[in-house]
Ligand binder design. Structure first.
Ligand code: NCD
Length: 355
C-alpha cells in the first residue's frame, strides 16, 4: 500500500481490507497488541490537534509500537528555519512511519515524495483529512450497513472544513446517495470540489436551511465554523453560530438518523443532543482509533514507496496561495493533466484557478 494522502489513493481491495481489519481489531483488540512491536511512529503535528494526534498515538501504542514527535513545531528545529523536507528526511531515519498534520495544503504529499517511509496525511490546511474520512465511512457503514442509497446532510463550514472535502470526494466512489450541502453562502463547498462531484455524477443540493431537509436525512454530518482559517476574528464572528442542531430539530428527524461530527464541536450541536441515542459522534471518534490501527499495521506490513512524478507542464506554476509549493519554494512544481484541466498534484487546484 502507498502513503495515505487522499482516500482515493486506496484501491477498493485496500479499502475493504482496512474496513474488515478495523472490525476485527475492534472485536478482539488483544489479538493485535504486539503486531507492531519494535516499530516507531513519528507524529509531526504542525497544527493543533487533540483527537487526531491522541488517536494516532494510542493506535500505535495499542499495536505494541512506540511514538516520537511534536505537537508544537516551535519547540523543534522548525523554529530555526528547517525546511519541511529536511525535517522529514531526518525523522525518516529515526521512525518507521510518519503521521503529519500541517496548516498548508499539500505538505504531507510533499513529505511523501522525499520520505523513504510511509506518510499519512493527518490533515493539510483546508484541503483533505483522509483518516477522518476512513473514520466517517467506517462509522456510516457500521450504522447503516451500506454506503449507498443514503440521504446525507452536511452542515456548517463547508468551505474551510477539510473533513467535508475529503468525505465528499470519497463518496464519489459510492454512488446512489443524495447530498444536502447546508451552509451560509459564504461558507459553501469550494468550486474545485463541486466540479469533481459534477464530473463524478454525484447528486447534491446546496441549501441554507437545515429545517428544510432534516426530516429526510439518514446521516447528518455537522461541522464547526473553522475559526483558524479566517483572516480576522470579526469575519469569523459574522458567520459563527449560523447553525445549531437542537432537540426541536431532532424531534422532526428520522428515528434512525445518525448524527456525526468530526469534533471538536463548539456550539453547532446543543448539549441536550449528546444524550440522544442518535448522537453518534463519540462512537465515531472511537472508531477512528480502530481504523487508524488497521491503517498503521497495513502500511508497516506492505508499504510501496512513492515515485517522483513527472511535471507535465514545465512552464506553469500553481497559483494557490495556500499550496505548499508557495511556502517551500524549492519544491518542484508538479502539474498533471486531468480529464478537463491541469491540476497541481500537491493541492489539487487547477493551475489557472486563482481562488
Ligand atoms: C477536524 C480537523 O482537524 O479537520 N478534527 C479532527 O480531525 N478531529 C475537524 C475540525 O477541526 O473541525
Amino acid at each position: 500500500m502507498k502513503s495515505l494522502l487522499d482516500f482515493n489513493d486506496l484501491s477498493d481491495i485496500e479499502w475493504n481490507h482496512l474496513l474488515s481489519l478495523a472490525r476485527q481489531i475492534k472485536q478482539s483488540p488483544a489479538d493485535f497488541a504486539t503486531l507492531c512491536r519494535g516499530k516507531v511512529m513519528a507524529t509531526l503535528f504542525y497544527e493543533p490537534s487533540t483527537r487526531t494526534q491522541f488517536s494516532f498515538q494510542t493506535a500505535m501504542q495499542r499495536l505494541g509500537g512506540t511514538i516520537i514527535g511534536f505537537s508544537d513545531p516551535n519547540s523543534t528545529s522548525v523554529s530555526k528555519g528547517e525546511t519541511l523536507i529536511d525535517t522529514t528526511k531526518i525523522v525518516s531515519a529515526y521512525a518507521d512511519i510518519i503521521a503529519m498534520r500541517h496548516p498548508v495544503e499539500g505538505a504531507p504529499y510533499a513529505a511523501s515524495l522525499f520520505a523513504p517511509i510511509p506518510v499519512i496525511n493527518a490533515g493539510d490546511g483546508g484541503h483533505l483529512h483522509p483518516t477522518q474520512t476512513l473514520t466517517d465511512l467506517y462509522t456510516i457503514s457500521d450504522l447503516k450497513g451500506t454506503l449507498t442509497g443514503l440521504n446525507i446532510g452536511i452542515c456548517g463550514d463547508l468551505k474551510n472544513g477539510r473533513t467535508v472535502h475529503s468525505l465528499l470526494k470519497a463518496f464519489m466512489r459510492f454512488p446512489g446517495n443524495e447530498f444536502y450541502l447546508i451552509s451560509h453562502p459564504d461558507l459553501a463547498v469550494p468550486q474545485y470540489v463541486l466540479k469533481l462531484l459534477d464530473r463524478a455524477g454525484v447528486h447534491y443540493r446546496q441549501i441554507t436551511s437545515l429545517d428544510e431537509c432534516i426530516a429526510k436525512l439518514d446521516v447528518l454530518y455537522m461541522t464547526r465554523v473553522q475559526r483558524e482559517r479566517f483572516a480576522s476574528l470579526a469575519k469569523y464572528e459574522r458567520l459563527a453560530g449560523c447553525y445549531t442542531l437542537d432537540m426541536a430539530k431532532m424531534n422532526v428527524a428520522k428515528k434512525d438518523l445518525a448524527v456525526l461530527h468530526p469534533l471538536p464541536k463548539i456550539d453547532e450541536i446543543a448539549y441536550e443532543v449528546d444524550s440522544d441515542p442518535r448522537a453518534l459522534y463519540f462512537t465515531q471518534a472511537k472508531n477512528g482509533m480502530y481504523i487508524r490501527m488497521a491503517l498503521i499495521a497495513t502500511l508497516l506490513d506492505s508499504y510501496e514507496p512513492s515515485v517522483m512524478p513527472q511535471n507535465e507542464f514545465p512552464d506553469r506554476v500553481c497559483h494557490n496561495p495556500r499550496c505548499i509549493t508557495r511556502h517551500e519554494t524549492y519544491l518542484p512544481q508538479l502539474i498533471r493533466q486531468g480529464k478537463t484541466a491541469a491540476y497541481c498534484r500537491y493541492c489539487e487546484h487547477e493551475t489557472d484557478d486563482k481562488q
